[in-house]
Design a protein around this ligand. Structure first.
Ligand code: TXA
Ligand code: MG
Length: 337
């Protein structure tokens, strides 16, 4: 508890604190302090036109951040918050331009993590916090990832162990009659629609950056999650059939695929194929570990685009930057280029 008091003091005096949430670690500052929020952009190397998510600890606090929240949305938020779902709402007048990148809207969420909630409560202000990674790197699911990227660039890091989901929150735009999905995430679309009604899913949401000409959320136009090494996504059977040709590459895949590959290539296990939540949780750590290997390239398995699998595939496509290989020949050809 004492460390939360210390962290809160840093927040109220204009500093930055990295803290755990149920999705990924965030790097936070007082959302009403323009200069403090500017420090976040500097620490991450984040472009100024990419707005931050504001974290609140209560529905009452939402009133300080957003305005004109429709009744139906309020009703749904009472059920889904705290949780991994971020809403785009009309901003309150006092929100600083640094946080919103001068948009008329603001992104808000109430995180379901005791450390995050206590930090916001102890600070007495909403906390603006993007993921606590250096810009373009995979989001941090462990405190060690935050240290890798931001050591010396943040005033304090609260270590809360590994995060529960390992993937960022789902973002929906609630500023028009029908809600619109901006980023698939830890809260599944199927479940969201139970509370928010039919959600509009832009066709281009799960395509690679190269294929989409318009960014859905401001942040989506930037390269994301990309390891330094070449990374090729490939379907399950393409990988198992190409196994003997994968020597020298590191394959990030389910336990089942890793067992099939055997000694033919190095593998990083993402977990049991039947448990996509386990795959999601291990994904960003695997992408970070790829760069530590001596492999000439990485291969990453694709997963079914349902439930949390939709968000997993969104990150896999962004990290690999091209359409997944659908056959062993295509996979081996792509690796030989
Ligand atoms: O799970 C999460 O959401 C984590 C934890 C720390 O809460 N945060 C996170 O923040 O992933 P960040 O900054 O990495 O992603 C925020 C995304 C960006 O793509 C940004 O462009 C978008 O939200 N965003 C923020 N404000 C927006 C707005 N007013 N309109 C549309 N998109 C917005
Ligand atoms: Mg981020």
């Amino acid at each position: 508890m004492e460390r939360i008091q210390r962290a809160a003091k840093i927040i109220t005096s204009g500093g930055t604190v990295a803290f755990p949430t149920e999705t990924v670690y965030g790097i936070g500052a007082n959302a009403f302090d323009n200069d403090a929020c500017a420090k976040i952009f500097k620490a991450k190397g984040r472009p100024a036109d990419n707005p931050l998510i504001v974290h609140v600890a209560s529905l009452a606090q939402l009133g300080d951040v957003a305005s004109d929240v429709p009744d139906a949305i309020m009703k749904a938020l009472k059920v889904v918050w705290p949780g991994p779902i971020t809403l785009i709402l009309k901003k309150a007048d006092r929100m600083p331009d640094t946080v919103t990148a001068s948009l008329e809207t603001v992104a808000v969420r109430m995180p379901a993590h005791p450390v995050a909630l206590r930090l916001i409560e102890a600070s007495g202000v909403p906390i603006a916090a993007p993921s606590a990674n250096a810009s373009t790197r995979p989001s941090p699911s462990k405190a060690s990832h935050v240290i890798q990227d931001l050591d010396g660039k943040v005033d304090m890091i609260l270590d809360g162990g590994e995060t529960a989901f390992g993937l960022e929150s789902t973002i929906i735009d609630a500023t028009s009659e029908k809600c619109r999905l901006l980023r698939p995430g830890a809260f599944t679309l199927e479940e969201l629609e139970r509370y928010f009604g039919k959600i509009d899913v832009p066709k281009s949401i799960n395509v690679t950056l190269k294929e989409s000409d318009i960014a859905i959320a401001p942040g989506m136009k930037y390269r994301h999650y990309a390891p330094k090494k070449m990374l090729v996504a490939a379907e399950r059977d393409a990988i198992t059939q190409a196994a003997e040709g994968l020597k020298g590459a590191t394959v990030m895949c389910s336990d089942q695929v890793a067992d099939a590959i055997g000694k033919h290539a190095d593998t990083i296990r993402l977990g049991d194929e039947a448990n996509l939540y386990e795959i999601a949780k291990n994904l960003f750590d695997a992408l970070r570990n790829l760069d530590k290997t001596k492999s000439f390239a990485g291969v990453i398995q694709t997963f079914p685009e349902r439930g949390i699998g939709f968000a997993i595939m969104n990150r896999v496509l962004k990290a690999s930057g091209s359409k997944p290989a659908t056959s062993a020949e295509e996979l081996l050809d792509r690796l030989s280029r």
